[in-house]
Design a protein around this ligand. Sequence first.
Ligand code: GTP
Ligand code: MG
Length: 347
Amino acid sequence: MFVDLAKIRVQGGAGGAGAMAFRRETGVPKGGPSGGNGGKGGDVILVADPSLDTLLDYSYRESYSAGRAGHGEGSNKTGRSGDDLRLPVPLGTVVKDADTGDRLGELLEPGAELLVARGGRGGRGNASYATSTHQAPREWQPGEWGEERRIELELKLIADVGLVGEPNAGKSTFLSAVSAARPKIADYPFTTLQPNLGVVRLSGGRGLVIADIPGIIEGAAEGKGLGTRFLRHIERTRTLLLMVPLDSPDPQQTYDLLRAELRRHDAALERIPHAVVLSKADLLAPDDPAPSLDAPDAWEVFVASSVSRAGLPEMIEGLWRTVDETRRLEGEAENPGPFPELEEWRP
Ligand SMILES: Nc1nc2c(ncn2[C@@H]2O[C@H](COP(=O)(O)OP(=O)(O)OP(=O)(O)O)[C@@H](O)[C@H]2O)c(=O)[nH]1
Ligand SMILES: [Mg+2]
């Protein structure tokens, strides 16, 4: 099951108490102070794990604590540290403090770590209080409690291209025509209920990750249909591909509606560069030209069919060029793209 939101409580381990002890040695009537410090409590750390693609695990359990530390001991022995608790999360997880709404960070690279609750400091043992004028200190400190907070995890998938279209536009058919992904396809609206990622392989080892999300309809930004909650998964894409099927009664109106819903959901989405594809081009009579579309902000208007595959190679190359250009601007030109090792992704 695909889960892209979770709230959990995390708590660092308690630090150990410092010890109060004095050396006892045969023949030494008064030994010096020898109470060691308490150990440090374990931290709770989120770790980005490329093998995960959902936050499902965190919907089963609410509370997570790292290990508590050992107390200090005599003979100046420091208590052992508490074990860190490492929680694996999928790449693309954004972390916020659930109470203040403060953004704590995001985990984008495999193995990236984010400390979310620090373990408590160990208390001082009496040996650490000894000075030349205070040679038999009896002070010691308790350990500190570990930090505790409620955090919100939000998964935003990482893809190069985001597909946007009304239900039945042919988004999933397109994804399955160009990648190994096998999303469900059917001639009824809202076939796709959760996002799918597909990796497109181009010549020369080039790759492109495309995200197919559930269709949006007029009023989606106000919650109609499946709403726009899945749009968060295309917020980080480098370009959007707005899909307008040629069996649409009014392609211009369909395009304008998609733009309007994107804008209403989040103005930032409207600023992501976009291209348009007039899909299902096989439905055009052989000599019929595709309808012209007024889309001055689009970097290109493609005409393609996932069934006959006409126009697909040009479109994929066009998408790759735009994505590559953006990557270069981001200074990531050496990086072949996210998840080079990922063949296929299914929630
Ligand atoms: N003729 C023709 N039909 C297509 C083409 N692409 C998709 N279709 C059909 O259009 C219908 C909807 O296709 P989907 O790929 O499920 O559409 P979708 O945009 O993913 O729809 P939702 O998941 O509901 O948002 C199916 O019956 C497909 O067979 C195409 O290029 N040509
Ligand atoms: Mg679909």
